[in-house]
Design a protein around this ligand. Structure first.
Ligand code: ATP
Length: 263
């Protein structure tokens, strides 16, 4: 009996820059509907790893497979078409367009509808755009120009834009960077809820350990390009190697301390 391949399978991913081993032999997998956090100190190789998953960077060796299909040598656009969405650290929306129009543009792009933007586009998928905005709690903002939105609302819009492509896998590079602590927790709670409902796998990098330990189903830890730990939040927190890496930053201690205080 054949076993279904995981949503994402990463095998022996390696990338060097001159003498710097940015990523060395990294392997992991991710299931549909699972929220996986990729953490590690500065320079650990997180961004390099991410860029190799969405085709912006090519590995020296190793494989990336989506539902068993090799994506390693494919272009970013082709990987996106296969169902790998990405949200950016710097939000990428059109400031002069309304919130709804931004989602409509994403839907047009997903459906490869090529027609005059000033013709029938204003009515294209208005209903679906509205549904996506409701999903991320932005229904009341549909007719506002994007340029007027607060940063936290822009991030929720960015999530709706990413969902317009009906991703199977969502890559989120520091999704909560620049947000206030309460907004961070709220955005990740919303993302996790939608991902589980729609069976979307989520891989995210994050420096905020509260967000990581509260929302990740599983955590993988990179240090100097090497995967040093993988497991549930409790397993990773109690891993001596992880504690040693983070000791200087005191982040795990802080997360543990806060959890203990709220128990
Ligand atoms: P941060 O949390 O600070 O963003 P990171 O975990 O994302 O760090 P990377 O940006 O992937 O780490 O960097 C991993 C290593 O590879 C670092 O030593 C970095 O200096 C090096 N590196 C990354 N990109 C390049 C490049 N284009 N040329 C040379 N070295 C690079």
């Amino acid at each position: 009996m054949s076993v279904a391949p995981p949503l994402l399978a990463v095998e022996g991913l390696t990338k060097s820059y001159g003498g710097i081993h940015a990523v060395r032999g990294v392997s992991f997998s991710l299931r549909s509907g699972e929220i996986l956090a990729l953490i590690g100190p500065n320079g650990a190789g997180k961004s390099t790893c991410f860029d190799m998953l969405n085709g912006q960077n090519k590995p020296d060796t190793g494989h990336v497979r989506l539902l068993g299909e090799e994506t390693t040598a494919k272009k970013p656009r082709d990987i996106w078409r296969m169902g790998v969405g990405r949200t950016f650290q710097i939000t990428a929306t059109f400031a002069t367009m309304t919130v709804r129009e931004n989602v409509q543009v994403a839907l047009i792009s997903h459906g490869r509808k090529l027609f005059n933007l000033f013709g029938s586009a204003p009515n294209f998928d208005r209903g679906e755009a509205g549904r996506l905005l409701e999903l991320v709690g932005m229904g009341g903002y549909a007719e506002r120009p994007c340029g007027e939105l607060a940063y936290g609302d822009l991030k929720r819009l960015e999530l709706a834009v990413a969902l317009a492509n009906q991703p199977k896998l969502l890559l989120m590079d520091e999704p909560t960077a620049g947000m206030a602590p309460r907004e961070r927790v709220e955005l990740m709670r919303l993302t996790a809820q939608i991902a589980r409902e729609k069976s979307i796998g989520v891989l995210f990098t994050e420096h905020d350990m509260d967000v990581v330990f509260e929302h990740a189903d599983r955590i993988i830890v990179l240090n100097r390009g090497t995967l040093i730990a993988e497991g549930s939040p409790a397993e990773v927190r109690s891993n001596p190697q992880v504690q040693a890496v983070y000791l200087g930053e005191g982040l795990l201690y802080e997360a543990e301390h806060r959890e203990g205080a709220s128990a």
